[in-house]
Design a protein around this ligand. Sequence first.
Ligand SMILES: Nc1ncnc2c1ncn2[C@@H]1O[C@H](COP(=O)(O)OP(=O)(O)O)[C@@H](O)[C@H]1O
Ligand SMILES: [Mg+2]
Length: 333
Amino acid sequence: MDQLLHEAAHTPLLFIGGKGGVGKTTHAASLACRLAGQGKKVLLVSTDPAHSLGDVLQIPLSGSIQLLSDTLAAVELNPQHIADKHFDQVGSLLAQYTQAHMLEKMQQHIEAAKNTPGAEEAAMLEALCKYICNHRILGFEHVVFDTAPTGHTLRLLELPKMMAAWTDALLSQQGRQKELREAALPFWQKTRKENTLLSESRNSRWEQALEALQKRQTLFAKAGTLLADPGYTAIMLVMTPEMLPLAETRRALAQLQHFKLPCRHIIVNQIMPQQHADHPFWQQRYARQQEILQLIRRDLGGVRLHHYALQAGDIRGIDALNRFGREGCLQAD
Ligand SMILES: Nc1ncnc2c1ncn2[C@@H]1O[C@H](COP(=O)(O)OP(=O)(O)O)[C@@H](O)[C@H]1O
Ligand SMILES: [Mg+2]
């Protein structure tokens, strides 16, 4: 068994990150297929609205988990759909507190909120956190994410911590109000029974809203803990031996380090075999790749490097993905 698969087999959550076009989806799908081939129950999750995971697997996917074999399942989350669903839920919760004549205004605010920068990412992060925290309940030993958290999404994980003080203040205020209400209850009951019932039902809805907030806080906190646990989560960055992916990988490594989520594996993909370098054009490409591979060894040597060969043909469908994972691996010196 090669080292990448060996590491993956011991880590429940696997995130595959890197610049566009370097081979993230191909490697995420290949790793998931190979883990599933070992009898592990694996869920493959993509957040790419371009359906590239379905294209790579050659199986159309949707926003619901789809079984592809006894052990492999996949889901393609559409950021727009996730955000719409999230804001619909927020809207129906708020509607309970909004007077009838204000409903239209409130809906306009919700529509505006949907389009604020970061709204889709926040809704998507919540959806991902559910897979991170609940995969065992769903019956999966591994979840392979065809995307890695960026600095931007990682900052969102900090949000619930920042919100904690606010929610706690609301909850303690709620507690105090409840005490006061209970003390005053005998008077109210004698005089205005109907009003009491009305305000009680409003209070219970308020409690439900706070409960929803608290649930989200707990979910994000638990996901944050699992992500920071190197025994539970591995972040693997994919790159090609070119200068722009190298620059991006350096930045991603620093960012992950900053968030105390070190990346221990880098997949260097699409490496040209030497015997193809018989034309001046390919000789030059090959020589440049070799120079950049030296830079990668020099700059990123603290991280385990895995080399994968450039393939002559397409890597599509479960058989081809399995073969690529098995045979595409080169000796990374
Ligand atoms: N080692 C490789 N050899 C040949 N083609 C590759 C290799 N890795 C990826 N590809 C191809 O490169 C393209 C981009 O790969 P993909 O996995 O979709 O990248 P990403 O998800 O990072 O955007 C696809 O057409 C894929 O088949
Ligand atoms: Mg992709």
